[in-house]
Design a protein around this ligand. Structure first.
Ligand code: AOF
Ligand code: ZN
Length: 353
């Protein structure tokens, strides 16, 4: 039970890196000596120190001269296998060995090629006791974006839409319309801070003229992505403003104009979801939230290329409109359902194993 308690703390720490470490995983580390936490740390920003480095530094900071003696009898809890490779920082496994840590308790093994069991092997070869698989499911849930990207060579794909009580996606002849209430809107802005990218199709970009930025929550903007085959969205639309980086997938040109990245794609009428997903993988985008419209969402559903769907159901009925996308309920499961203001939010997971 104590292993789980400390691993839970690692997860809390790891989650503080949310939105800032991608495409790296979120990782937390707790160092325990004689039943007491003597230091902790997490991977806070992409390219910077790993969790173990920050945790060891905190012990040194807290205990000064006695830190090394304490570390030599301590257990390090870390939510992901300590790395074995020289990346932007030296291997964390070597660091733990250098400080003569006695035991290491791990959540997930790291599927990244440069690590993949080699971290554990290094620790064991140095005579360190290793326990792995503690809160494994919780750890992989937290890093589902990282595991999907590495394991499946596409980003973690979240579909999001709002539907009226009678199953319509949007009223006909709409200008921008939020079917769902203000609380749902706030939550969507929070979600944008958590994903690397937000994607919409041409029709949504033109009809709704969305900014796709974060205005109702604290956090950074995701990269904005528009699928616009023939470059029809006018450059006066918000998606072209300076507020965030924008990627425009199109069939005409590859070009960079300040924050606007045009990326040419061949034959966008075929296998579009697959092509987008692979391109985003190559661009180190580990997660994307697709906010519409119905056509784009349906394409990803038909291609079975999605990981999570978040659907707001309003209590209000519309007289008519475009039918809302429908998930194949045989191949997905509801993982959560709760009210958000006057709406009901349902979260689906695709192909639950
Ligand atoms: C750890 N502890 O806190 C993290 C790890 O580019 P780098 O050098 O930062 O290395 C990134 C890789 O290191 C990443 O893909 C993953 O395999 C591992 N992340 N490992 O020991 C950490 N964030
Ligand atoms: Zn590391």
């Amino acid at each position: 039970m104590t292993n789980e308690l400390y691993m839970q703390r690692c997860l809390e720490l790891a989650a503080m890196g949310m939105g800032n470490v991608s495409p790296n995983p979120m990782v937390g580390c707790v160092i325990v000596s004689d039943g007491k936490i003597i230091g902790e740390g997490y991977h806070a920003r992409f390219g910077e120190a790993h969790a173990e480095v920050n945790a060891i530094n905190s012990v040194v900071h807290n205990y000064g001269n006695t830190a090394e003696t304490l570390l030599a009898a301590a257990t390090a809890y870390v939510s992901l296998e300590p790395c074995a490779h020289f990346g932007k920082t030296p291997p964390c496994a070597d660091l733990l060995i250098k400080h003569r840590i006695k035991k290491v308790v791990i959540g997930n093994t790291d599927p990244f090629d440069g690590v993949n069991g080699k971290g554990i092997e290094k620790l064991k070869n140095a005579g360190i006791e290793v326990v792995s698989g503690v809160l494994e499911a919780e750890c992989s849930q937290l890093n589902r974006r990282f595991f999907t990207r590495i394991g499946q060579q596409h980003p973690y794909i979240i579909l999001k839409w709002a539907t009226s009580a009678n199953g319509y996606f949007a009223p006909e002849n709409t200008t921008q319309q939020w079917i769902s209430g203000p609380e749902a809107k706030k939550l969507v802005h929070k979600w944008r801070t958590e994903e690397d990218a937000v994607l919409v199709g041409r029709l949504t970009a033109m009809a709704d003229n969305p900014r796709l930025t974060v205005r109702e929550w604290y956090g950074r903007n995701p990269v904005r992505i528009v699928v616009d085959r023939h470059l029809q969205v006018p450059s006066s639309h918000h998606i072209y403003n300076k507020e965030a980086k924008t990627i425009i997938f199109n069939e005409q040109k590859t070009d960079v104009q300040e924050n606007i990245h045009f990326i040419q794609m061949e034959d966008m009428q075929h296998y579009l979801p697959q092509k987008i997903a692979f391109q985003l993988y190559l661009m180190d985008i580990a997660s994307v939230i697709i906010e519409g419209g119905a056509q784009v969402l349906n394409q990803f559903i038909q291609a079975r290329l999605w990981d999570e769907a978040r659907v707001f159901r309003s209590a209000v009925s519309w007289p008519a409109g475009i039918p809302s996308p429908e998930l194949n309920l045989q191949s997905c499961a509801i993982t959560d359902q709760f009210p958000i203001g006057k709406d009901q939010l349902t979260i689906y997971k695709n192909n639950p194993s």
